[in-house]
Design a protein around this ligand. Sequence first.
Ligand code: ZN
Length: 179
Amino acid sequence: MTYLYDEDFMQYAIRLARIAGKKGEIPVGAVLVQNKNQCIIGKGWNQSITLRDPTAHAEIVAIRQGGKIIQNYRLLDTTLYVTLEPCMMCTGAIIHSRIQRLVYGASDTKSVNTKTVLDIMKQHKINPRIEIKKNILAPECASILRSFFFPVENNKKIPYNLLNVINIIHKSNFNIGYI
Ligand SMILES: [Zn+2]
């Protein structure tokens, strides 16, 4: 099966990522789509700070909404679009939800992510049918993150707490693909 709309759905995920950024959340967006009819059943952006929930990553928010929409805990025959390569927590959720395809934009090369999604899938031979497509609109996806973490404008406009986060990230050698 060919998927003609990968870039369109990723564009939508990018719009969601921008919502997160405007709210002071790390700008990542996710869209969950049913393959058979190309219908969006879930959307999300990072809301961990807003909801005071460390698990409220964009992917988790979209996955939870999708389950409610289709009234099923298994999200068979769906594609999850994410602007940034999923973390290990979200990779686990993707595996458990039986999502068929994962399409992501920028690669996450930060040091704490010791293994990439692909590594985890291959090493553990989990859900081998999952199809992974990466680097879709990667420069745009990475650009949003880069603007968030490395703003060129006056740093005085950035809340003090966020500056702290940026400093910690710098010290931990945080790196995002396509920077
Ligand atoms: Zn995550």
